[in-house]
Write a protein of this length. Structure first.
Ligand code: ACO
Length: 330
């Protein structure tokens, strides 16, 4: 949908745990190889937390970096939205704990669960608060510790995921030509269980049996998700640009969810979008779900891949199934 939301990203930050886990290292858990993983996914390594690190500690580090980048203090924030599927606890929201960890005022803080689409959804939600006037300064975070929900006996999933966090701070832009010009969000719950964690929720509360049967780990039907991802990513990119009347050629940078290099490549090939204009860091971090677009956005700003006035597209898909895209002049 075409919108006119004059917002500005005034700061970004990211935190990736120090511990690098190579493809070769995963061979101690499952029958796999560096060649298979690199060829099928583009992943060379990922980061896993060290003892003592958690979703909250990652989110806090990324948020502090974003605040420093923006030249703001925690007292300046009016709202926090944390996108995550690996919250610190099931209760309360990680965003509330982050509010306390940062030393903010008693501002509203909530979590948003849209899996890999989480940061894109949280970003557009944060922007809406700013544009409506409900908040002046919003902190949007994507943070995950996927290594905690990855089954090291399942070679189809355990090679894909990593840990990390990214954050962005949004404010109203005094320049009406900057900001978000189109948003597309969607979900298909009929395919909800293509990627899911069977137990630990209301349907299957935790028990000795659920632990014994490894039902607290993520399950995924990879091929079905792959097919969905390629077609949906292509469609959402094209439709979002069409909504705003922005040509694909005008995009300075597409920042996609880093799920699988082949998914990104095929969607771009169908759109004739050169890969040089797509931010790719999956080789270093794997799939970090809600953190992925946040980390990539920070990288794009920090390395000068995107500059003030550029057209930038954030796009993601994930469990739910969910998808989302935000087109903005940064
Ligand atoms: N190492 C070696 N062999 C493997 C591995 C592995 N890690 N994993 C699977 N294989 C084998 C399979 O057993 C199969 O062997 P077979 O032919 O003897 O049966 C063969 O490789 C091919 O398996 P496929 O599942 O067809 O492999 P595919 O090319 O589809 O790649 C993958 C699998 C990487 C999971 C891919 O399907 C994919 O990326 N899917 C999308 C995942 C995704 O994007 N998820 C996003 C959302 S996640 C979220 O929201 C939290």
């Amino acid at each position: 949908m075409k919108v006119a939301w004059p917002i500005e990203i005034v700061g970004t930050g990211a935190y990736l745990p120090d511990r690098i886990v190579t493809n070769d290292e995963l061979r101690q858990y499952v029958d796999t190889s560096d060649e298979w993983i690199a060829q099928r996914t583009g992943i060379r390594q990922r980061r896993w937390i060290a003892p003592g690190e958690t979703t909250l500690s990652l989110a806090t580090a990324a948020s502090r970096a974003a605040l420093a980048d923006a030249g703001l203090t925690p007292q300046d924030l009016d709202l926090i939205v944390v996108a995550t599927i690996t919250p610190e606890h099931q209760l309360p929201a990680t965003a509330c704990l982050l509010q306390a960890a940062l030393g903010c005022r008693w501002i509203p803080a909530y979590d948003l669960a849209a899996a890999c689409s989480g940061f894109v959804w949280a970003f557009q939600a944060g922007a809406q608060y700013v544009v409506s006037g409900l908040a002046e300064t919003v902190l949007v975070v994507g943070a995950e510790v996927l290594s905690n929900i990855t089954d090291l006996q399942d070679r189809q999933t355990c090679v894909l995921f990593g840990d990390g966090a990214g954050a962005a701070i949004i404010r109203r832009s005094p320049d009406p030509t900057r900001g978000i010009v189109a948003v597309r969000l969607g979900a298909d719950g009929d395919r909800g269980r293509l990627i899911y964690i069977p137990a630990g929720g209301a349907k299957e509360p935790a028990s000795h049996r659920t632990v014994d049967e490894r039902l607290h780990y993520m399950r995924m039907q990879g091929r079905d998700v792959y097919k969905f991802a390629v077609t949906q990513m292509e469609a959402v990119i094209a439709e979002t640009c069409a909504d705003a009347g922005v040509a694909l050629d005008d995009l300075a940078c597409v920042i996609p969810h880093q799920s699988n290099l082949r998914i990104i490549e095929s969607a771009c090939e169908r759109l004739s979008l050169p890969l040089e204009r797509v931010l790719i860091n999956i080789d270093r971090y794997g799939n970090t779900s809600a953190a992925s677009v946040a980390v990539a956005l920070h990288e794009a700003r920090a390395t000068g891949r995107v500059r003030a006035g550029d057209w930038v597209l954030l796009v993601a898909f994930g469990a739910g199934l969910t998808w989302g895209a935000v087109l903005l002049r940064i």
